[in-house]
Design a protein around this ligand. Sequence first.
Ligand code: COA
Length: 703
Amino acid sequence: MDKNVLDKMLRPKTVAVVGASATPGKIGYTVINNLIKGGYTGKIYPINPTCTEILGLKCYPSISEVPGEVDSAIITIPAKAMAEVTEACGKKGVKGLIVITSGFSESGRKDLEDEMLEIAAKYKMRILGPNIVGSLSNSDKFNGSFAPGLPLPGKASLVTQSGALLIAIDMATYTRKIGFDKLISIGNMADVDFADLIEWFDEDDNTTCVSLYIEGMKNGRKFIDAARKSSKPIVALKSGVSAHGSAAAASHTGSLAGAAKIYNSAFKQAGVIQAQDLNDLFNRTLTLSQQPPMKGENLLILTNGGGVGVLATDAAEKYGIPLHFAPADVQTELKKHMPEFGSAKNPVDMTGMAGNDWYYQTTKFSYAHDWTDGLVVLYCETAMTNPFEIAKSIKQAVDDSGVTGKPITVSFVGGEKSDQAMGWLVENGIPAFGGPDIAVNAMAALREYARLQENKSDGAYNCDESAKKTALAIFAQARAEKRDSLTEIEAKEVFKAYGMPVTKIALAKSEDEAVALGNKIGFPLVLKIVSPDILHKSDAGGVKVNIKDDAGIREAYQTILKNAKAYKADANIHGIAIQEMAPWGTEVILGSVNDAAFGPTVMFGLGGIFVEVLKDVTFRVTPFTKSEAAEMIGEIKGAAILAGARGEKPKDRAMLAETIYNYSCMIHDLDDEIKESDANPVLVYEDGQGLKVADARIILKAK
Ligand code: COA
């Protein structure tokens, strides 16, 4: 990201509008009108060969004829003319193009997009879009878009992949009292992407929180890197999480909307806070733009209504910040500001008798007390109180407390006066919401941000170099034999090289060899067909288990060969694998997928029915650390089974975390080679007893 270039493009001193029009109602007219109406103080150059003047501004037939420099050009001409205009802008020395025009990759004309990019690259010119509404910046009074107007000023900035959403949000910022400094439509992300803008916002003094609406992304790793480095909170709403929604998003922006679980994991790894829906994005963005993170677990709730207090308590548990009773000294002090029948526990219920002074006293004391890590103040409108006065008392109490760096959120439940009072609080830096659960959810976002910051991984990992050599030699052998799937024996050798405990296994090419190997490995045994042409071994009758003696080996050997030939007469049979039959344990599965956006990604879950029916799995983008591997074990719904449910002893989660980590090393190291792989089942034993990879599969990328 070149800050200066993006500055010139998005906060230009001089801007051209190529395709400016004198016809009201056309986009090229609206953009000029918006720039003027927004109060932009830089130079505006309308470009149109058929006009001499637009809205009182001199119009130029081409960008080359503009006197002086042009920082940024907003493009509103049809896509087919884009190559010529890009070339002209490049020659003029324009730093960036804000390409509003549609009709590129999103509608099957990737060729036009590529052509534009190629020309822009020649001149080191950046492209925002194409297929966008434009870019708006309050601090620059720059409305380079066809959105209705600059949004309500605020400290957050939004990047959205949907232009329509920008338009919808734009005016809603006034009714919802949620201010933004910049709204940027990013469209097809042909060049400038989320990561570029996250980096750019990190250095923008007018932005305290970055809000993202994401449909899909192409370079997820760049996104994770940029978000990890960001010193500002990032909130993201990812759409297209349902199977149907995913298809809609893909056709909308021409990019891939990846699996929701992979995005969830990537956001967590990157320290990005998620929003569940548009309202949540608004609320969390506002809160994170105005309030500091909640650095500890102690949330205190003040209220004048029992009902909203209970709703807030439920929400606190739901959103991961369950309430604890306030310590005795806090309760004693708070008791002074409520009637006898009030409650100073948590939530602190001052009852419907609470007026301005009690709100002032309890807020000031609670906010300043060391025990409190975050404060939520609730108010139900009563006939004896004036919402605006209550709002002023809360704000005054915060100011008088002398404390900074601690978060507060507020909820007023009432009518118009309450709404106005909340609007005033928001204008004065205190996020306020109509529902107690929303105020708690907003506080939970501040807690989540603090936790993500504490646990943010640098993604550093340290894997064994020699394992890679072993793996590459095995892959080379398979490739020499024109195979892209490894045999189980080969796959297990690779797993073993990366430090994962695998069941003992050896290849027998004759019945006698099978008997000799079986005795060396030790009974009981499993015999399996080894053939690159038979991947589903059980379906082919190619697996015999629990073989206890020499006679059993001989019988199984013959039966498997017979079944395999019946299944596929011309199958290339390498022999029969003689394998240790591991004692049964808790079945888990490890798998890897190469995600279109994030690249190599590890999946972990309970095996058997849990993975097939309940899809109880979690993901991490590689590389990740051992502690992140341990986190994955705690994340699945079946975590209790591994922790030792229903009187069973806990399973060896330390060894499991080690194995997930080693597996991630294998996947990350061999990213260029492995298309997909899994270990299924991995049998996990009781604490201290370790685990065994009972079956392993590796499919190579075609080369
Ligand atoms: N240089 C300068 N001006 C040029 C030009 C060039 N090379 N080529 C054409 N023009 C002028 C035209 O003469 C016209 O001016 P006029 O109104 O005086 O006749 C103006 O540029 C616009 O061109 P026109 O052909 O009339 O296109 P249009 O206004 O109907 O549509 C777009 C242009 C960009 C708005 C349209 O192609 C488009 O992409 N619309 C979708 C935008 C959108 O929705 N974006 C995504 C939001 S999520």
